[in-house]
Design a protein around this ligand. Structure first.
Ligand code: UD1
Ligand code: CA
Length: 455
């Protein structure tokens, strides 16, 4: 049977108190809704129907890189009504899996287990045992333990509210059955809504088996309605990721103080100090050491590299045994060959730094190519931008650039050349030469300093 996934994402998310539609708020840097759509893709859904209403245009725009079927629900009349909007595009003989745009962390394994329980004569329902079921629909079972109905909290009796088995909202059933049941829903209940949950009693009345599958954790079925719930789920998720790094052999100074917004893979004996933030795809080789307050975005860090405190690295490739920081900023297009050293208050952009080369203090190196064993003195600037275009600074092997030099690009400093401190250069320098481009000092002997006039 074909799998059709229906994702409900039309609600406003009033409690977020945000301009942004709730399902676009991030967990670990990625919108809630993307987790859910990614799950549908991972399950090889024949089609994914996303029901949108509040902020529909914004939601569609944010997810325009996905190929999904957008379904508009102009009025939010309830979860049953929302699913009904997607039905015209769904064949009778397909399995429909209902997911929620604000429930990001359901595991693929749990959903596969659920789908394993659906047939023409059975409905599969994902439930969860809760220490505090407040707010959830409750699973009502008969004396033999068969699921009979779901009763919403607001419609439940005191006795029913004591039930600790809650409805996650996630269920799977045949398209034919939904087409039969949904038109029969009534909104005669405490919230005046067409409840999807009322289909459970219809299934029981039809003599269908309702198979309850239990979620592995509360968090995997946790819906996010408020900023507090978002933060709580974020912390839980980050701790899972931190644990995975430790299982893979990394040492974390504090597993509660590392954030991964993407994917990090680590070699052996990596050490990560407190408050590291990783974004996108980050690769850390063997024996990498990361100091406190470091941010690394979409970069690969070679074996034996040390990154000192407060450094920011984005879209960079760092080879083995480099030293970076403290307070270094490596911007996109930075490539460090092995053993390079980038020190404090140095900014590198779109530059190849050769093996063993050093830029140790207070420099800007942008749009540049450095050979091996180059030494760039403190305060050196590559003047790469003429106000309209960027130009290359090309520095050969073994070049020594004295402190506080300005290299006006395009410029080439050939191998072995030495540039005297304080030089401003706008023409190429030949190999092995010394060039000094600074005004000569004037010495005025017996100079009398001005003295203060008496008042
Ligand atoms: C729903 C379930 C409840 C379950 C709980 C789990 C129903 C009637 N109740 O309650 O049993 O315990 O989820 O979190 O299904 N939505 C639409 N269109 C609508 C209404 C809702 O797209 O017309 C979307 C919302 O954006 C939200 C989701 O469906 O993402 C759930 O709706 P909500 O109103 O929050 O249901 P709950 O009251 O939480
Ligand atoms: Ca909800």
């Amino acid at each position: 049977m074909k799998l059709q996934v229906v994702i409900l994402a039309a609600g406003q998310g009033t409690r977020m108190k945000s301009k942004l539609p709730k399902v676009l708020h991030p967990l670990a840097g990625k919108p809630f809704l993307e987790y859910v759509v990614d799950n549908a893709l991972a399950l090889n859904a024949h089609n994914t129907h996303v029901v949108v209403g509040h902020g529909a245009e914004v939601v569609k725009k944010h997810l325009d890189h996905y190929s999904v079927d957008w379904v508009e629900q102009t009025e939010q009349l309830g979860t049953g009504h929302a699913v009904a909007q997607a039905l015209p595009a769904i064949e009778d003989d397909s399995v429909v899996l209902v997911l929620y745009g604000d429930v990001p962390l359901t595991s693929k394994e749990t959903l596969e287990e659920l789908l394993g329980q659906v047939s023409a004569n059975s409905l599969a329902l994902l439930t969860v045992n809760l220490s505090n079921p407040t707010g959830y629909g409750r699973i009502v079972r008969d004396e033999r333990g068969c699921v009979q109905a779901i009763v919403e909290e607001k419609d439940a009796s005191d006795e029913q509210r004591k039930i600790s088995e809650g409805n996650t909202g996630i269920l799977a059933v045949s398209g034919a059955k939904l087409k039969e049941w949904l038109p029969k829903l009534s909104s005669d209940n405490a919230q005046g809504e067409y409840y999807l949950t009322d289909t459970i009693a219809m299934a029981a009345a039809d003599g269908m088996e309702v198979v309850a599958v239990s979620a592995k954790t509360e968090e995997e079925v946790q819906g996010i309605n408020s900023r507090q719930q978002q933060a709580a789920l974020e912390r839980w998720f980050q701790l899972q990721q931190a644990n995975a790094l430790m299982v893979a052999g990394a040492t974390l100074a504090d597993p509660a103080r590392v954030d991964i917004r993407g994917k990090v893979s680590t070699g052996q004996d990596v050490f990560i100090d407190v408050n590291a933030v990783f974004e996108g795809d980050v690769l850390l080789g063997n024996d990498v050491k990361i100091g406190p307050n470091v941010q690394i975005i979409n970069s690969s860090i070679g074996d034996g590299v040390t990154i000192h405190a407060n450094s920011v690295i984005e879209n960079a490739e760092i080879s083995a045994d480099c030293q970076i920081g403290p307070y270094a900023r490596l911007r996109p297009g930075t490539r460090l060959a092995e053993n390079a050293k980038i020190g404090n208050f140095v900014e590198i952009k779109q530059a190849d730094i050769g093996p063993g080369s050093k830029v140790n203090h207070l420099s800007y190196v942008g749009d540049a190519k450095l050979g091996r064993d180059v030494n760039i003195g403190a305060g050196t600037i590559t003047c790469n931008y003429d106000g309209a275009n960027k130009h290359l600074t090309d520095i050969g092997d073994g070049v020594f650039i004295g402190s506080n030099s300005a290299l006006v690009a395009p410029i080439k400093v050939e191998a072995g050349a030495t540039v005297g401190a304080g030089s401003t250069l706008s023409a190429d320098v030949e190999a092995e030469a010394l060039v000094v481009a600074r005004s000569k000092a004037r010495v005025i002997r017996d100079w009398k300093r001005p003295v203060k006039k008496p008042k």
